[in-house]
Design a protein around this ligand. Structure first.
Ligand code: ADP
Length: 272
């Protein structure tokens, strides 16, 4: 089974073409790291994958259905870039946020014992049971990200999509968050992760897709690190790889983002 399938996808905001000719699949059980310079279309492609945007041309399938008609919301969770910011201001507890994960399964009914058990299990799995009754606004960034993952776990989703989830975390919290994602992936959850930090994503993902409007690479992390795709997609800044403690990486990818042109002939090691 394929979680997401992209075929020759193109998308523009008005006259601005941001995704062009992109084709690849995310197979069930895969951990895909979606990388590329700032402004290269990663967030847009993630939204296309989830059916939140409709492609101008090409097709996007989510668990076999056209993504923008996808109806099985309980199979997918999306942690948007600004998710923690929005929730931070809400006067709700950790447990209440995690319980939201059960809503798609409980549109009309009362919470069952199984729902409560799923919430408890999710809190335990990401190691936040001890803070379940705290207000979400009082947590650290790392704790808050765990709450979102717990919500996805309580929802028992098959695919977890995250857009730069660790951008505000220190390197220790980031490392433990990625270890958590790796554990979930090993337990069978498919993951698509937008991440600017190439070092951290190549260490944890099982597949890399490198984007700069076009797809420059799709394949295993080891091949990506050795390929020319990184240099081609990032312009002169292939040294981002050298900085796994990524304030430098972030700076360099941001600095260069605007000046990078998409290459004419993107390499795709696994092009169909
Ligand atoms: P990334 O996630 O790689 O930083 P995005 O997908 O956010 O890239 O953005 C790709 C390009 O599309 C950028 O030039 C950005 O400014 C532009 N863009 C993103 N969202 C919108 C929008 N809602 N309207 C118009 N342009 C947008």
């Amino acid at each position: 089974m394929t979680a997401v399938s992209l075929h020759d996808v193109a998308f523009s905001y008005g006259d601005l073409s941001v995704v062009d000719g992109v084709s690849f699949d995310v197979r069930d059980g895969e951990f895909l790291g979606l990388v590329g310079p700032n402004g290269s279309g990663k967030s847009t492609l993630l939204k296309l994958m989830l059916g939140l945007l409709r492609p101008d041309s090409g097709t996007v399938r989510l668990f076999g259905e056209p993504a923008n008609e996808f109806s099985a919301g309980e199979r997918v969770a999306y942690v948007a870039q600004d998710a923690t910011k929005t929730v931070r201001e809400m006067p709700i507890t950790v447990r209440e946020v995690v319980r939201m994960g059960r809503y798609p399964r409980n549109l009309f009914g009362r919470f069952s014992a199984a729902d409560h058990a799923a919430v408890d299990d999710a809190l335990e799995s990401v190691d936040i049971a001890d803070i379940a009754d705290r207000r979400i606004g009082s947590l650290s960034g790392g704790q808050r990200q765990r709450v979102f993952v717990a919500r996805a776990l309580a929802a028992e989703v098959e695919l977890l999509a995250l857009d730069e989830p660790t951008v505000s975390l220190d390197s220790e919290s980031r490392e433990s968050f990625y270890t958590l994602l790796s554990d979930l992936n090993e337990a069978g959850m498919s993951i698509v992760l937008v991440e600017h930090d190439i070092g951290v994503v190549t260490a944890h993902a099982s597949r890399i897709a490198c984007l700069n409007k076009r797809l420059y690479f799709h394949g295993p992390p080891e091949s990506f690190v050795e390929s020319d795709a990184l240099a081609a997609a990032y312009g002169a800044n292939q040294h981002v790889l050298d900085h796994t403690h990524d304030s430098h990486a972030r700076e360099s990818s941001e600095r260069d983002a605007d000046g990078v042109d998409a290459a004419d002939d993107p390499a795709d090691s696994e092009a169909p």
